[in-house]
Design a protein around this ligand. Structure first.
Ligand code: ZN
Length: 558
């Protein structure tokens, strides 16, 4: 649609040569991403001075002011409509201490599991003393109630006051047609659904009134080693709810696979056998005939953490009230357990790198001609590592209407190993944003690739998920795996090396062999998606059948 004022202008100039219709810029015509600038940002944010960027720390202050400085230098505007650069995120930080062992009693026998070594326990309740006292233990399979799959692991069992032992991930349901494969129509087959996430299981335990819940950790279905959940044992943050989170189970946690196996054995049960039964609809909860006792104290502090937000106002008088939002979490784990004498979790890749790429996208947007019609938002969220809290807070209390927010593009980590022929899209097939990405990738001579590890549920593991839950189409890119000039196995090898060695470890620092040329290409592609959505005639939508489509349809009817 041509605006009235423009129409008049056109009439006047019609005698001369009318301007050619605006053609969309090709990816190559968009500003390039500067890898030196990215590295400078990463170096600063992941320096020891920033202390691992824990929410509420001195590192947060440094990070927030650094980001504001970069936004200002790039020419962005304050992103909060109140004229500031931040959105306050009220958090409570809870640190457990004096953890007793988990004592499991059966008849006259008792077994004791060491805290942090064999059992990881924490609580979201905002209170200083936590305990489980002789709470009856029951194995509830995957702990899932999913009416759309006619699935109920509880079968009406009252679990009030009980302690649940549950399996990680969602039920791997065999395909009747091909017994070695998984039924793609039930819990996404190999792909993880939200039912597989630990957050879902803890929420379900709370809803049913359980006193405790322990997830049995297994590295493959969890997607990360036990050392990662051991990292949950320190200070944890949560959003503060009006009931001070007292509706949550008192104790939430994890059991190591060895601990669980021995626990089941003491009850005369075979863990592997029960696990196989749990993958069927007929599964019924199995009381362990044992009780759980555990206690610890907690110290609490409330923290106003901050999301940092910059804005580039759209150039079109009407469309500027519609938005495309980029997100990257600025926080990491702070200072924690030393590994090889280093206790600063620098988080260079996770997620100083994503922040640096979004900053480059801001700088690029300021250079694009013609300027985008809709408004671009750049939201650097806090407390992602604590359970996507900063983005959840934004989604619950958005600064701009979500039904006018066309898309979210999230960057959590970038490719640090050079150029690829492909780009991985987590949840490929979810929304029309894939078509934008596919077109931009094709212009770069590249292709999209689905997530190679859909069983790890990555779509639920970063900030775009909170936008998706509300219904906003959300795009979650990841590094490609087909590296130019490298053997086929290279990408997978590097990725596995990072996951086992550096993920959530103090060794996540800038490495001498980093090559951000691939990240720069990915960044330009993400720039193209945002630019084109910001200029598009229609809103991108979820594909039919997508789990988030109903929420979007409802929101757009208003
Ligand atoms: Zn992380």
């Amino acid at each position: 649609m041509i605006r009235r004022s423009l129409l008049l202008a056109l009439t006047v100039t019609a005698a001369c040569s009318a301007p050619p219709p605006a053609k969309p810029l090709t990816v190559a015509e968009l500003p390039a991403i500067n890898t030196e600038a990215m590295l400078a940002d990463i170096r600063k944010l992941s320096s020891d001075e920033f202390g691992g960027r824990a929410p509420g720390s001195k590192g947060e202050e440094l990070t927030v002011s650094y980001l504001i400085d970069q936004f200002k230098a790039a020419g962005a505007e304050p992103g909060n409509p109140d004229g500031t650069w931040t959105q306050k995120v009220p958090l409570v930080g809870i640190t457990p201490s004096a953890l007793s062992p988990l004592v499991v009693k059966k008849g006259g026998q008792s077994q004791s599991f060491k805290p942090n070594e064999q059992v990881v326990a924490f609580s979201q309740r905002v209170t200083d003393a936590i305990s489980l006292a002789d709470s009856e233990m029951v194995f509830v399979g995957y702990g899932v109630q999913a009416p759309e799959f006619q699935w109920d692991d509880f079968k009406g069992l009252d679990v009030k006051g009980k302690t649940l032992v549950v399996l990680v991930n969602d039920p791997p349901v065999a395909d009747a047609a091909a017994p070695d494969g998984l039924d793609a129509k039930t819990f996404g087959g190999k792909a993880m659904t939200y039912y597989g996430r630990w957050t879902y299981k803890y929420e379900k335990a709370a809803e049913l009134g359980a006193a405790g819940i322990f997830i049995v950790h297994e590295t493959v279905p969890a997607g990360y080693p036990f050392s990662v959940v051991q990292g949950f044992g320190g200070q944890r943050f949560d959003l503060v709810t009006p009931d001070k989170n007292m509706g949550r189970a008192a104790v939430q946690g994890w059991l190591s696979l060895d601990a669980a196996t021995s626990l089941f054995k003491a009850s005369g049960l075979d863990y592997q056998k029960l696990k196989a039964q749990a993958a069927t609809r007929d599964f019924k909860p199995v009381p362990l005939g044992a009780t759980a006792t555990m206690s610890f104290t907690q110290t609490m502090r409330t923290v106003d953490s901050q999301n940092v937000i910059g804005r580039i106002t759209g150039s079109d008088p009407a469309l500027k009230n519609e938005y495309v939002v980029y997100t990257a979490h600025w926080d990491h784990l702070g200072v924690g357990q030393p590994v090889n004498g280093d206790n600063i979790y620098n988080g260079a890749l996770d997620n100083a790198s994503g922040v640096s790429l979004v900053l480059e996208i801001v700088r690029a947007f300021k250079k694009v001609k013609p300027a985008p019609k809709r408004t671009l938002l750049f939201l650097m969220v806090s407390a992602e590592e604590q359970g996507l809290l900063g983005s959840r807070y934004y989604a619950d209390f958005p600064l701009y209407p979500l039904n006018k927010t066309l898309a979210n593009i999230n960057v959590d980590g970038v490719n640090q190993w050079g150029r690829t022929k492909d780009l991985t899209v987590i949840g490929l097939g979810a929304s029309d944003l894939d078509e934008y990405a596919r077109a931009a990738a094709a212009e770069q001579g590249r292709e999209l690739r689905p997530d190679a590890e859909p069983e790890k549920g990555f779509y639920y593991r970063s900030d775009h998920f909170n936008f998706a839950l509300k219904g906003v189409p959300a795009f979650d890119p990841d590094s490609g795996i087909d590296f130019i000039g490298k053997p086929a196995a290279y990408g997978k090898e590097k990725r596995d090396e990072y996951t086992s060695r550096d993920y959530h470890a103090p060794s996540d620092v800038i490495k001498a062999d980093w090559d951000l040329s691939g990240a720069a290409e990915d960044g330009r592609l993400l720039l193209a998606i945002g630019y084109r959505v910001a200029n598009a005639d229609t809103y991108p939508s979820w594909k039919p059948g997508n789990e988030f489509k109903a929420a979007r349809d409802k929101m757009l009817q208003k």
